[in-house]
Design a protein around this ligand. Structure first.
Ligand code: SF4
Ligand code: SF4
Length: 365
């Protein structure tokens, strides 16, 4: 297992991180903790969780694993999150996480879901950010970090505030144009970057032929290729993988261990393919930004990828809007004047107006 510096924190993090959001049987705490400890034995030392993950059992599972990791002296760093908008909520969140996780301090405590600039402003005005610093002074939190689904530019702006020592963000072979700017900025500022969702929400392994171009070697399987693509970015400290079994852990560790630096020409080829071959898919490049009606076109188009790739399944679209974009404000769709500005700017030349109309239609059903 390779380890990379998490920014300037002095901590070296395994290039594969344990994502505690996909435990298969969350109520079976002991069994799930065993999977977690197995990962630590294989060299994974970064464990990410949050309240509410896995029926709100993820922190309990990790806390059970932490006791065993301490007993076996297995190195581990714990990451959890608070999406509090008030200081009262913040302290309740932190107290509960410390108790469940069986730790004196959370190593990487996330200001969770800073998905809009207003979210950060509200938490700042409400003194939640101050509370993060107080918790750090009290040695209850070791590093203040954030998670966000904003665009690369949005996250870049957040970095300029200088509050956070690192970021957790979604980054994979499909959506890289959407976030690449944030990665470059993080590298310049020497911030840690932990990526979520390396397999594009399962979209990459579910469509191995379509995404075959991300392979850089003949013997690579598609999951390995997706992980290698992320590790090829020096800006990334660790790629979180959600594990459901010990076999999943072994597969990801094997992928990390078989990684050899990918030449820049290969990375460029993959990037070109992503834009070139996704002739009918949105790459979340955000060039369509700036709709006069305030419609977040890229969100609908990205979620529409799921509709198309999963056999015209409208639930896939709705799930993506709800869980990834936290956006179910479908009334916005009615505001489209069909001005065509977004279509003119779209790098993929997608029929955005028709797709928006189609979305309106199936949402009414
Ligand atoms: S066509 Fe509709 S979504 Fe596109 S820019 Fe115009 S109003 Fe916005
Ligand atoms: S709709 Fe077109 S321009 Fe907008 S994010 Fe998707 S690919 Fe890019």
């Amino acid at each position: 297992m390779d380890y990379r510096d998490y920014g300037t924190t002095g901590k070296k993090i395994s290039v594969i991180g344990f994502g505690g959001m996909r435990y298969a049987e969350p109520r079976n705490i002991e069994a799930m903790a065993e999977i977690t400890v197995a990962a630590a034995k294989l060299g994974i030392n970064y464990f990410d969780t949050a309240p509410w993950y896995c029926d709100d059992k993820s922190e309990d599972i990790l806390g059970t694993a932490v006791l065993e990791m301490k007993r076996q002296k297995l190195p581990h760093y714990i990451s959890s999150k608070s999406g509090a908008n008030t200081t009262d909520e913040f302290w309740k969140d932190l107290e509960r996480s410390l108790r469940r996780l069986n730790v004196d301090a959370v190593d990487f405590y996330h200001c969770w879901g800073v998905n809009r600039p207003e979210t950060f402003r509200t938490r700042n005005v409400n003194k939640v950010i101050e509370a993060f610093y107080t918790a750090k002074e009290q040695k209850l939190v070791r590093h203040i970090v954030a998670s966000s689904h904003m665009s690369g530019q949005g996250i870049k702006d957040l970095m300029a505030d200088g509050v956070f020592e690192g970021f957790t963000l979604g980054f994979c072979a499909i959506n890289f144009p959407f976030r690449i700017e944030a990665l470059h900025e993080a590298y310049q500022r020497q911030l840690g970057v932990v990526t979520m969702n390396p397999l594009g929400g399962g979209m990459i392994p579910d469509h191995p032929d379509r995404f075959g171009f991300i392979r850089t070697r003949l013997d690579q399987d598609i999951v390995e290729a997706a992980i290698h693509f992320i590790l090829a970015h020096k800006e990334v400290t660790s790629a979180l993988v959600g594990f459901r079994s010990v076999a999943d852990v072994h597969a990801a560790v094997r992928a990390a261990e078989s990684y050899v630096p990918i030449p820049e020409t290969e990375i460029s080829r993959i990037r070109t393919n992503i834009e070139g071959q996704f002739d009918e898919l949105c790459t979340t490049c955000m060039y369509c930004d700036g709709c006069p009606q305030g419609i977040h076109v890229h969100r609908y188009m990205e979620a529409y990828n799921y509709y198309m790739l999963y056999g015209k399944d409208t639930d896939k679209f709705k799930d993506r809007m709800k869980w990834h974009w936290n956006d179910e404000d479908y009334a916005m769709l009615e505001k489209c004047t069909e001005c065509g500005l977004c279509e003119e700017k779209c790098t993929q030349k997608l029929p955005i107006i028709d797709r928006l109309a189609h979305i309106r239609e199936f949402l009414k059903k």
